[in-house]
Design a protein around this ligand. Structure first.
Ligand SMILES: [Zn+2]
Length: 208
């Protein structure tokens, strides 16, 4: 798990999905229930797998000498809220965060939003790292796989770290398209029926 979290932190840095050390990533081991989470405030490039912290569902450090991510509380809230959540990816990606700073949710302007659901709802603003923010996120996630966080950023979850990462990247792509489309006119939004069709196809897409 430590290697997997490190791999995706480096990928996030290489693909410039979150500036500086702003993003954080965690994943849960389905058998032990333990969680591997990125450390707080360290440069990703200099990390080794030893720097990734192992915590339990109460946030108690089981292994590692670093402090876990300052956003640990909402990672834990998501694992408690959703039994199908096995990974959390949090970014401050530019376009999705721009939308979150306008206090807007992301509608289905492109079918790739299906990773997240029929849309990406907006969670109201609370100071980072607070129990209030964790509470707001666990209330707003419902059956979605991503949320915009008002005046803050994006979070994505999934049954695997690969899914959660792809979901965060798709939210950023769709947010960019949405903002660009709004520069020129009024974007056409896909209907609920059209999105249900895409989401059904996504279940069977790719290599079996
Ligand atoms: Zn953040």
């Amino acid at each position: 798990m430590k290697n997997e979290v490190l791999k995706y932190l480096l990928k996030m840095e290489a693909e410039q999905l979150s500036p500086g050390t702003s993003g954080n990533i965690s994943m849960r081991d389905s058998s032990s229930g333990l969680i591997a989470i990125s450390p707080s405030g360290l440069e990703y490039k200099s990390l080794t797998h030893e720097d990734i912290v192992i915590i339990d569902l109460d946030g108690k450090i089981v292994e590692g000498s670093n402090r876990p991510s300052s956003e640990m509380d909402f990672h834990l809230a998501l694992y408690r809220e959703r039994s199908d959540c096995q990974a959390v990816v949090h970014t401050h990606s530019h376009f999705a965060t721009t939308l979150a700073c306008l206090g807007k949710e992301l509608p289905a302007v492109h079918y790739m939003i299906a990773y997240a659901g029929e849309k990406v709802p907006l969670a109201n603003y609370h100071t980072f790292g607070t129990p209030e923010l964790a509470q707001e996120i666990s209330k707003k996630i419902q059956n979605y796989y991503a949320l915009l966080m008002e005046n803050h950023g994006v979070l994505a979850i999934g049954p695997s770290l690969k899914y959660a990462y792809n979901c965060a990247a798709s939210v950023e792509f769709v947010a960019q398209i949405y903002l660009q489309a709004m520069q020129v006119g009024t974007p056409k939004i896909l209907s609920s029926v059209q999105m249900q069709e895409v989401m059904a196809k996504f279940k069977n897409y790719g290599q079996k």
